[in-house]
Design a protein around this ligand. Structure first.
Ligand SMILES: Cc1cc2nc3c(=O)[nH]c(=O)nc-3n(C[C@H](O)[C@H](O)[C@H](O)COP(=O)(O)OP(=O)(O)OC[C@H]3O[C@@H](n4cnc5c(N)ncnc54)[C@H](O)[C@@H]3O)c2cc1C
Ligand SMILES: *[C@@H]1O[C@H](CO)[C@@H](O)[C@H](O)[C@H]1NC(C)=O
Ligand SMILES: *[C@@H]1O[C@H](CO)[C@@H](O)[C@H](O)[C@H]1NC(C)=O
Ligand SMILES: *[C@@H]1O[C@H](CO)[C@@H](O)[C@H](O)[C@H]1NC(C)=O
Ligand SMILES: *[C@@H]1O[C@H](CO)[C@@H](O)[C@H](O)[C@H]1NC(C)=O
Ligand SMILES: *[C@@H]1O[C@H](CO)[C@@H](O)[C@H](O)[C@H]1NC(C)=O
Length: 579
């Protein structure tokens, strides 16, 4: 079995590596899909955390700021719940759904910024750019770079809109300058909010950096109104030089701070089952440095559809057979392959060795699977092809607590390291840095973020191999170490008690009350995330992270998964295979 897996995986990766440039693929489907009975809002993975559908009836596609104002005015006049979604919809929790629990779509409105994406204005003298909220990050970056300027921070994934990327606190990695979070590079926002009838039911606020509403508006989860324009600060164009140092993981807990201080854009990828840490030495270099490299991250390249399906099929077979060894073979080949191809970094058309030096705009973010036009290839997770389907846990720690968290995870790993192969066959544990921010819903101190992906079953009631281990790491992060959940990722349980983790949450809510006194921009669905309340605990609720188990029935007794305590963090309650 292991050899078969290895061969398949190599085939997948070889195809993947060699086709990324040349084969065209299908771009992701639009997030709003309509038929005779109405419309449904999907995210990019085709499933929200709770797998409920978000039905909407009234979808607007404004093309100007005035049309946005008119839409908000209509919602206000008719007392409709209203939410905004971008043309990308890459956010995992159901923040953008305006509907009620009863799924009655008639009292709500969805505003899509998909067609509001034309204006990008560069102010060279002030080193700023102002863009319509629906503009994609790639279009923005390309325009900025063409003017010999650079946007300093961005997430690693470019398939996001200007409005969406600042609304959830999306980030790259940096403790330097203004830091790695995109909203901390914002200097102005136009926000369309409800208004009294004598002001036409809606108005456009221009919120500058000195406005008292600024710290609420720059990270607002879509709860305050519709962002119509965003102004970012820029710097003179620069290049970046990246070297990945594949080394052992013995010292991460002592070295992470030094790494963040030493390298402007550094990060660390940790593969616990392999005992490998990859330190990304990522620094700014002058524009006249030689090199025209591109960061085309492997995981965001186009995949041949058949290969994505095969990889999923292998993963499912290993799950059904509870074959941890097979997962370890996959993890080993994936890590070895990534090392060989520099993770998707390309000096020229291919990877020929470190350092890879290229323009900031080509190195800061990627997503080549987004731009394609045949049915042969797609993003690996495209819901239409039944390819990869996974969870993404993202926890944000105060830097001072992060070392102890790593030590705890190592204790858990050392009990049985093969339990960690299931995350290492994705991207291991990605460790990045976010600088402290004034945004009320941002990080109030210098922080360290971890991301890890893991298998999600097709059927919500199917338990997963080693799920107890991920659940323990998850609960350790959020409850033992008080980590904050990334607003755009995670399973519902990560948001339990989230309000208390933000010292300025009350100030944010006060701003909301001022701007949206009738709560038009909140819905049952977003309340569940933002207010961090746990719902009814049904049978099997812990399997998908809808609850923390307290009884066996919250797991899957019929399949041998019972509610047990954690192995290292004994306060954790996890679903463990206990035949
Ligand atoms: C493959 C992948 C990789 C990712 N990598 C990273 C990463 O490296 N770092 C990171 O931090 N995040 C990452 N993310 C998460 C992503 O950056 C966020 O989900 C981001 O918010 C998505 O932007 P969007 O334009 O798709 O927003 P949407 O999903 O459409 O919307 C997000 C939220 O913003 C609100 N919103 C959107 N537009 C507006 C507007 N104009 N006015 C008011 N509210 C608005 C919506 O109501 C919703 O609440 C990744 C996601 C994926 C799928
Ligand atoms: C329309 O789409 C919804 C959601 O996907 C589905 O439940 C419904 O059956 C569809 N109706 C028709 C007539 O196709
Ligand atoms: C706006 O969206 C259209 C259609 O999705 C796209 O072709 C165009 O390039 C986008 N324009 C900008 C500036 O992003
Ligand atoms: C950008 O810099 C290059 C090289 O110095 C120069 O040729 C070009 O004219 C500049 N472009 C703009 C828009 O300033
Ligand atoms: C790689 O990182 C390790 C651990 O920090 C360090 O000891 C080693 O010198 C680094 N190697 C290179 C080539 O930078
Ligand atoms: C880049 O420019 C600086 C001065 O602006 C100069 O000192 C340096 O030698 C140049 N480097 C290269 C590689 O051309």
């Amino acid at each position: 079995m292991a050899t078969l897996v290895f061969l398949l995986q190599c085939l997948a990766l070889v195809l993947l590596g060699s086709t990324g440039q040349t084969v065209f693929a299908m771009p992701p489907q639009a997030p709003v899909q309509c038929n005779a009975t109405g419309c449904t809002l999907y995210n990019a993975y085709g499933a929200w955390g709770d797998r409920q559908e978000c039905r909407v009836q009234n979808v607007k596609y404004p093309t100007s700021e005035e049309e946005i104002r008119a839409a908000v005015a209509e919602a206000n006049q008719k007392k409709l719940k209203v939410k905004v979604v971008s043309g990308f919809s890459h956010t995992i929790p159901k923040l953008a759904c305006p509907s009620t629990y009863t799924q009655d779509p008639t009292n709500s409105m969805l505003i899509s910024t998909e067609k509001y994406n034309t204006s990008i204005e560069i102010d060279e003298d002030n080193l700023q750019v102002t863009a319509d909220a629906g503009v994609g990050l790639r279009a923005l970056i390309d325009r900025v770079e063409a003017a010999n300027l650079s946007l300093v921070a961005s997430p690693y994934w470019e398939g996001v809109s200007v409005g969406g990327v600042i609304s959830t606190g999306a980030h790259g990695s940096s403790w330097w300058g203004k830091g790695g979070a995109v909203h901390d590079h914002v200097v102005g926002i136009n926000l369309v909010v409800p208004a009294p009838p004598n002001e036409g039911y809606a108005k456009i606020l221009k919120i500058g950096a000195s406005d008292p509403l600024f710290n609420a508006a720059k990270l607002s989860l879509g709860l305050l109104g519709v962002i119509s324009k965003v102004t970012f600060s820029l710097e003179r164009a620069f290049k970046r030089s990246i070297t990945n140092n594949f080394t052992d993981d013995g010292n991460i807990q002592n070295e992470f701070m030094e790494h963040a201080k030493k390298h402007e854009f550094g990060d660390i990828t940790w593969y616990p089952s392999r005992h490998i840490a990859v330190y990304r030495n990522d620094d700014r270099v002058p524009l006249n440095s030689s090199g025209n490299g591109v960061n085309d991250f492997l995981g965001f390249q186009s995949n041949v559809v058949l290969v994505s399906k095969s990889v999923r099929a292998v993963e499912k077979a290993l799950e059904n057979a509870k074959n941890a060894g097979g997962k370890c073979a996959v993890a080993a080949s994936v890590v070895a392959f990534k090392k060989m191809v520099g993770n998707g970094l390309k000096n020229n058309l291919i990877f020929t060795g470190y350092p890879v030096v290229g323009h900031q705009g080509k190195m800061q973010t990627s997503g080549s699977c987004l731009y394609s036009s045949s049915t042969l290839t797609s993003c690996a997770w495209d819901p239409r092809i039944k390819g990869l389907f996974f969870y993404e846990t993202t926890a944000i720690f105060p830097a001072s607590k992060f070392g102890d968290f790593i030590r705890d995870v190592k204790r858990l790993r050392d009990i049985k390291s093969e339990n960690f192969c299931g995350i290492d066959s994705y991207n291991g544990i990605l460790i990045r840095f976010i600088k402290s921010s004034e945004a009320y819903l941002g990080q109030s101190e210098d922080s360290v973020v971890i991301d890890f992906n893991y298998y999600r079953a097709d059927d919500p009631l199917t338990p997963r191999l080693n799920q107890d281990v991920w659940e323990e790491v998850e609960q350790m992060a959020f409850f033992k170490y008080g980590a904050r959940p990334h607003w755009a990722k995670n399973r519902n349980l990560a948001f339990l008690g989230v309000q208390e983790k933000y010292p300025n949450f009350d100030k944010f809510m006060a701003a909301k009350k001022e701007l949206d006194p009738q709560n038009l921009f909140s819905s049952d669905w977003s309340d569940e995330i933002v207010l961090g309340k746990q719902g009814e605990k049904g049978d099997g609720c812990a399997l998908e992270g809808q609850c923390i188990c307290s009884e066996d029935r919250h797991c899957s007794p019929s399949k041998g998964y019972l509610c047990k305590q954690g192995l290292v963090y004994t306060d954790a309650r996890v679903c463990r295979y206990s035949p």
